[in-house]
Design a protein around this ligand. Structure first.
Ligand SMILES: NC(=O)c1ccc[n+]([C@@H]2O[C@H](COP(=O)([O-])OP(=O)(O)OC[C@H]3O[C@@H](n4cnc5c(N)ncnc54)[C@H](OP(=O)(O)O)[C@@H]3O)[C@@H](O)[C@H]2O)c1
Length: 309
């Protein structure tokens, strides 16, 4: 495994991390023992960065990560979780970044995670009904109390991110970013550079599209998290992307590297990216993703791919 500093922090994260959304059951049922097996498999192969959130499986993802933390030496891994989304007993999710709520949420996460601190505490989604200043105050308190080591954001626009950076020492931004979804390059990258932040790309494999296993006939079922995603919903865009994937498949065959590893190393080619958090319920897929760290993308390959894209 290769390691890289998480932006301006002093922690060294594995360049391949693990996204724990899948471990909460939202991507189809998953036994707790199987989830623990995946977490341990990642850990045994050098992965030290795990990304979860309260909303993943309505607490179940954090709980299983908490059990895993009890099985290992807590200080050897870095846990990133999030705040700002709450749910009711009908599973309706809403944004809430009010100070009181954020201070309560960290306590709930720490209980589920069975730890007294998280390494990275991220705002999951902006809340249009709360002033950023108010949320920043809560997050500063959490830092001062030692309940989080660093603060990050997710799904912020460039403007929102820059505003928050004026109130708080933000270290990272988690955004939808991969070879097929590149919206953040224009506006967000300059802010990342300006404030010396790092990008943690989410859905690095475009939710499976960049593994080659999804064909043009793919139709996500209603309860599949992909059903509401524009890259699957917008049929024209979907078919356009399938064509791009076919071209990258040719490169994959030519260089003898799996498509998933090309997608991960394309992201890691960017200095701004420190760790790539693909999610999976499958041990072979997990190992394939981890083995991306065995090779690096050359400038020539990066340019060849960008031309195709
Ligand atoms: N901040 C946010 O708003 C946000 C949003 C989305 C996600 N995230 C985070 O980012 C993580 C990853 O994103 P994601 O889960 O949306 O999408 P992703 O990692 O791009 O893709 C996950 C999908 O790819 C498949 N997959 C993974 N590795 C594979 C391989 N080597 N070969 C074939 N298939 C493979 C998985 O199926 P199998 O189980 O069959 O392997 C799964 O269906 C999440 O777990 C979560 O931590 C954050």
């Amino acid at each position: 495994m290769r390691y890289k500093k998480l932006g301006k922090t002093n922690i060294n994260v594995s360049v391949v991390g693990l996204g724990a959304w899948q471990l909460g059951g939202d991507w189809g049922p998953l036994e707790k023992d199987h989830a623990l097996k995946l977490l341990n498999l990642a850990y045994d192969n050098g992965v030290n960065f795990f990304d979860t959130a309260p909303v993943y499986g309505f607490g179940r993802s954090e709980e299983v990560v908490g059990e895993f933390l009890n099985q290992i030496n807590r200080d050897e891994v870095y846990i990133a979780t999030k705040c700002g989304l709450e749910w009711d007993n009908k599973s309706r999710i809403r944004n809430n970044l009010k100070k009181e709520r954020v201070l309560k949420e960290i306590e709930e996460s720490l209980t589920r995670l069975k730890t007294d601190y998280v390494d990275l505490y991220q705002i999951h989604w902006p809340d249009p009904n709360t002033l950023l200043e108010e949320t920043a105050e809560a997050l500063q308190r959490i830092l001062d109390d030692g309940k989080a080591r660093y603060i990050g954001v997710s799904n912020f626009s460039a403007e929102q991110l820059e505003k928050l950076c004026k109130y708080l020492n933000v270290v990272s931004t988690q955004n939808y970013y991969n070879m097929l979804v590149r919206d953040i390059e224009k506006d967000l990258f300059p802010i990342v550079k300006k404030y010396n932040l790092t990008i943690i790309p989410y859905s690095p494999l475009a939710k499976g599209l960049l593994t080659g296993k999804i064909t043009k006939d793919f139709e996500p079922s209603k309860d599949d998290p992909r059903a509401g995603d524009r890259i699957f919903k917008d049929k024209k865009l979907f078919l356009k992307n399938i064509k791009k994937v076919d071209k990258i498949k040719d490169i994959s065959n030519k260089i003898g590297k799996p498509l998933s590893q090309i997608a991960i190393n394309w992201l890691l080619y960017h200095d701004e990216v420190s760790t790539v958090i693909a999610g999976t319920k499958n041990e072979q897929h997990l190992l394939e993703n981890i083995n991306s760290s065995d090779w690096v993308m050359t400038k020539d390959l990066f340019e060849e791919i960008n031309k195709l894209l």
